[in-house]
Design a protein around this ligand. Structure first.
Ligand code: NAD
Ligand code: UDP
Length: 356
């Protein structure tokens, strides 16, 4: 059993990963300020994990920018912390354009504080949530990890900046004697498009306000919470004219985090940089059709002009994650849609719906 600190563990990806970590027998301390999530997600994680596993879950409500909250999270038990998974941050591209300082403060400043706290508490193993957004407009498809990093919005810049901070730490941090190799074991995981929900339908994605992303928007239209989907561009250079993305089931993503932790613990200190995607691309219209099939509900849509800053296509080359972790995404688009619909139909208003 390891002791893990999960920053942002109440959020969409964090809650699913926390559940998997509890089921794997680990002790989990979640540090979250609930700025984009609800404490209800963790209550449901605890219920799903069962009473014996949930006894290994502990919550510290606080901000990663606050050293006192970080110290409290590291000191919840006398056991040293074996690793941190860092999900805490802001992720809305459009908001990042309007509030770049907030994004640099939370995503970059917060990460710096978290890393400093890890130093203070002698923890040098980190899994960091990066994003395919660091590739900007990709120059080839599928995208390998060696592709150029050329983010095109403040959110992407903050992810690339933290990736650089971690590379600096991995290459320069030399221990007390200032002469040996780095002690840091770091995985920078570049997620493609995380979607779907836990198969129980008890936890899932619950964005605040109108969703920016396709999948939650489609699912809210299907459940009747929103009237029509806006499809941003039907004139992309793709087979049906709509944008293509690599949608990855959130449970596949959670499993990728466990695999990354195992690799970091079992191998010498290293900086691991991996795409977590399925390697399969689906167009907006394919997603709409698959969701209609899974839900049995219509998803009416309007075709609008392209959204600023969108790329035609973004699909991972997931070969390296398979080679290094033995991990690959298992769940297809039909499963993503049926699990997503299960969550949305049981919880039409998300966690605000009350007990499901
Ligand atoms: P989310 O918004 O559901 O979860 C983020 C969690 O972090 C929330 O619980 C939020 O309350 C918490 N948080 C935010 N700022 C905090 C702070 N200052 N202190 C403490 N807690 C804070 O988002 P998610 O989809 O679960 O994403 C998790 C991570 O993965 C993020 O870093 C995001 O940038 C990254 N990512 C997400 C996607 C995606 O499409 N979902 C894609 C690529 C990368
Ligand atoms: N999209 C859309 N309508 C929406 C949201 C997204 O047509 O309401 C399209 C978007 O143009 C892109 C795809 O769906 O082609 C995925 O968009 P999302 O915002 O989910 O992910 P990202 O663009 O960040 O990869």
């Amino acid at each position: 059993m390891a002791k893990l600190l999960i920053a942002g563990g109440a959020g969409f990806i964090g809650s699913h990963t926390t559940l998997l970590l509890l089921e794997a027998g680990h002790q989990v301390v979640v540090l979250d300020n609930f700025s984009t999530s609800s404490p209800e997600s963790l209550q449901r994680v605890a219920q799903l994990a069962g009473s014996s596993a949930s006894a290994r879950l502990c919550l510290v409500e606080g901000d990663i920018r606050d050293p006192g909250s970080l110290d409290q999270a590291f000191q919840t038990t006398s056991a040293p912390c074996d690793a941190v998974i860092h999900f805490a941050g802001l992720k809305a591209v459009a908001q990042s354009v309007h509030q770049p300082l907030l994004y640099w403060d939370v995503n970059v400043g917060g990460s710096q504080r978290l890393l400093a706290a890890m130093e203070r508490h002698g923890c040098h193993t980190l899994v960091f949530s990066s994003s395919a957004t660091v590739y900007g407009y990709p120059d080839r498809i599928p995208i390998p990890e060696t592709a150029a990093l050329q983010p095109i919005n403040p959110y992407g810049h903050t992810k690339a900046a933290v990736e650089q901070m971690l590379a600096d730490l991995a290459s320069n941090e030399a221990g007390p004697a200032a002469s040996g190799p780095s002690r840091w074991r770091i995985a920078r995981l570049r997620y493609f498009n995380p979607v779907g929900a836990h198969a129980s339908g008890r936890i899932g994605e619950d964005p605040l306000g109108p969703p920016d992303n396709l999948f939650p928007f489609v699912s809210q239209v299907a459940v009747g919470r929103r009237q029509r989907l806006k499809i941003f561009g039907a004139d992309w250079p793709t087979p049906d004219g709509t944008g293509i993305r690599d949608y990855i089931h959130v449970m596949d993503l959670a499993e990728g985090h466990l695999a990354a932790l195992e690799a970091l613990w079992n191998e010498p200190p290293q900086l691991l940089t991996l795409n977590l995607g399925s390697g399969r691309g689906h167009s907006v219209l394919e997603v709409v059709q698959a969701f209609e099939a899974a839900s049995g509900r219509p998803v009416p849509y309007d075709l609008l002009p392209r959204r600023a800053g969108d790329a035609a296509e973004s699909v991972a080359d997931p070969t390296e994650a398979h080679r290094r972790l033995g991990w690959r995404a298992q769940r297809d688009l039909a499963t993503i849609c049926s699990d997503g619909w299960h969550w949305q139909s049981l919880n039409p208003e998300g966690y605000g719906s009350g007990p499901a």
